[in-house]
Design a protein. Structure first.
Length: 479
C-alpha cells in the first residue's frame, strides 16, 4: 500500500521479508524502544469460558450491558456460560452425529449446522428444552427421541419449595412431542385466570380477571395457546443491547421466537416460594424457555426467564453427571474468519505474503484482515501475525479502528476452514515506533501458541504516507 496516497497503510505489517523470515538470526540482546507498553501479566487474566465466538456474540448482545451494570434488568442467558461439549444430534449436516452445545443458567446454545455462515441469525440456536423437560422425551435428532421421565424439577420457584409447580406438572396443559393440549382463542376479551398446582390440576381464579397484566394480548394459531399482556409486553420490549463497541436501544428479542420458541401452554397462576417468600406467580411454557411474572418483585425483575438451562442439565446429566462429551483436539486448518466480540469484529481473512519490495502485504479490503501465510498457522505453536487497517480511503473506521481498546483477558477467535473456532486470550498491548517494534515477539519463534494483531497508530505523515507508530495486541491460545 506504500504506493497509494491513503492515511491507512498498515506499514508495520509491511516488514522486510528478511526480517520476518530470518528472525531466528536476530541476537537475543537486540534492543527495541516501545513508546508505551502495558505490564505483561504473570498469567492469563481470564480462561476461555465460551466454546465458540458465535456463542459469545449472542451472549454479549443482551447480557453484556447487564454484566457491566450499564442497565438493570433480568438476564437473557445468565452471567456466564456453564458446561460445554458435544451432544448427540443424529441429523448433524456434517455427518458427525454430534453438535456443539454450551449451557447457561437460562438456556442452552447450540450449533446444529456448522456449515452456515457464523453471522447467520440461526447459526446459533437454543434447544427445545421446555418440551423435553415436560414430556420426558430427550430429542437426539430431528425426529429421534430417547424416552425418559418428565422432570420433577421446580419451574419458577426455590428448589426447596415442596408445593411449587414442576415441569412434570405442566404435562396436562402443554403441547409436547407426546401430544397437543390446545386451548380456545381468548384474545378478544379473555384473561389468564386459570391456576395450576403441583399435581397438574387446573382450577379457575375469577379474581385474576381484574388484573390488566393478565389480559390476553395474543393467540398463537400454530400451537393453540394464549399469551397474556404482561408476557407479550416483555417479548416485544426494547432496551439497551450491545452492538459493536456501543450500546444502543433495540428490541431485546429479535425475533422473540429465536429465544423463546412458540407458546406450548397457556399462562397459569400458582403460589411459589421465591427468595424464601411465598408469592403469586404467573407461569407460561414456551418451546425453548419458561416465563414467570411475580408482581411483588421490583420492576425490571418482575418478568423473568426461568433457569431452564440449569434445570435441563440436571435432568439430563444428574447433579454429579459428567456433562457433554469433550471435543477432541485436532490440528488447525487454514484461517478464514477473525472474531473479536469485545469490539464487534467479524472479519474475513485474506492470505498475504510479500510485495515486490519484500514487505508483508496488507488486506485489499478495509474490513478484512490479513494473515501472513509464510508464517505460523493460527493454532499452531509459534507467533501467527494478523494485520488490519486502522482507516482507509474515505473510511474513517476500518476493521482495527478500535483495536487499542482491547485489554488483558479479552477474547479473540480464529475460525478455520474446518469450521473449528480457536480462542485466544489477550495478554498485553503495546504501542511502538514502527521502526523499532519488536519483530521477534511479534513474528519470531516461540514455544507457545500466540496470535498477534497489528495496526497503525500515532500520527500520519503525509509526505511519507505512513503512520509513525503501531499498536500490537499479543494473545495466547486459551486452554
Amino acid at each position: 500500500m506504500t504506493k497509494l496516497p491513503a492515511p491507512s497503510n498498515s506499514r508495520f505489517a509491511r516488514m522486510s521479508l528478511v526480517a520476518v523470515l530470518g528472525l531466528t538470526m536476530l541476537p537475543s540482546s537486540l534492543s527495541f524502544s516501545p513508546v508505551a507498553e502495558a505490564a505483561a501479566p504473570t498469567a492469563l487474566q481470564a480462561s476461555m469460558p465460551f466454546a465458540d465466538s458465535a456463542f459469545e456474540n449472542v451472549w454479549m448482545r443482551n447480557d453484556q450491558p447487564v454484566a457491566s451494570k450499564a442497565i438493570a434488568r433480568s438476564w437473557t442467558w445468565g452471567p456466564a456460560p456453564l458446561a460445554t461439549g458435544l451432544e448427540t444430534y443424529t441429523d448433524a449436516p456434517d455427518g458427525s452425529g454430534k453438535r456443539l452445545v454450551q449451557y447457561f443458567d437460562k438456556s442452552r446454545m447450540e450449533i446444529n449446522n456448522p456449515k452456515l455462515a457464523p453471522d447467520d441469525k440461526w447459526f446459533v440456536t437454543n434447544g427445545l428444552l421446555t418440551v423435553e423437560l415436560i414430556s420426558g422425551r430427550m430429542q437426539i435428532g430431528n425426529t429421534r427421541f430417547e424416552t425418559g421421565k418428565p422432570a420433577n424439577i421446580n419451574m419458577g420457584a426455590d428448589a426447596d419449595d415442596a408445593n411449587a409447580v414442576m415441569y412434570s406438572s405442566f404435562g396436562s396443559v402443554s403441547n409436547t412431542s407426546a401430544g397437543e393440549k390446545r386451548q380456545p382463542d381468548k384474545s378478544n376479551s379473555g384473561y389468564a385466570t386459570s391456576r395450576i398446582n403441583r399435581q397438574g390440576v387446573v382450577s379457575d381464579d375469577a379474581s385474576k380477571s381484574k388484573s390488566a397484566e393478565a389480559k390476553i394480548a395474543y393467540f398463537e394459531k400454530a400451537t393453540g395457546h394464549n399469551v397474556p399482556k404482561v408476557f407479550m409486553d416483555f417479548l416485544l420490549s426494547s432496551g439497551s443491547v450491545r452492538t459493536g463497541v456501543t450500546n444502543t436501544n433495540k428490541p431485546l428479542l429479535d425475533p422473540w421466537v429465536f429465544a423463546m420458541g412458540l407458546p406450548i401452554s397457556d399462562a397459569y397462576w400458582t403460589t411459589s416460594k421465591i427468595g424464601g417468600k411465598n408469592m403469586e406467580v404467573l407461569v407460561q411454557a414456551f418451546e425453548r424457555r419458561v416465563l414467570t411474572y411475580a408482581p411483588e418483585l421490583p420492576k425490571g425483575w418482575q418478568v423473568q426467564m426461568g433457569n431452564i438451562g440449569q434445570h435441563y442439565y440436571e435432568w439430563r446429566y444428574g447433579s454429579n453427571g459428567s456433562g457433554p462429551q469433550k471435543a477432541a483436539k485436532v490440528a488447525p486448518g487454514m484461517p478464514v474468519r477473525l472474531t473479536v466480540p469485545a469490539i464487534g469484529i467479524n472479519a474475513n481473512v485474506e492470505y498475504v505474503g510479500v510485495d515486490k519490495d519484500n514487505n508483508m502485504d496488507v488486506p485489499k479490503d478495509a474490513f478484512n484482515v490479513a494473515w501472513f501465510k509464510p508464517g505460523t498457522v493460527p493454532g499452531n505453536v509459534g507467533n501467527a501475525a494478523i494485520a488490519g487497517h486502522l482507516d482507509y480511503y474515505g473510511i474513517k473506521q476500518a476493521v482495527f479502528y478500535h483495536l487499542n481498546t482491547l485489554k488483558p483477558g479479552d477474547r479473540i477467535y480464529m475460525r478455520d476452514d474446518k469450521g473449528r473456532d480457536r480462542a485466544f486470550v489477550v495478554t498485553r498491548q503495546m504501542t511502538c515506533d514502527y521502526k523499532t517494534c519488536p519483530l521477534t515477539e511479534t513474528f519470531g519463534p516461540t514455544s507457545a501458541t500466540h496470535m498477534n494483531l497489528i495496526t497503525c497508530a500515532g500520527t500520519f505523515n503525509r509526505s511519507q504516507q505512513n503512520y509513525d507508530k503501531r499498536t500490537v495486541i499479543f494473545s495466547e491460545m486459551a486452554p
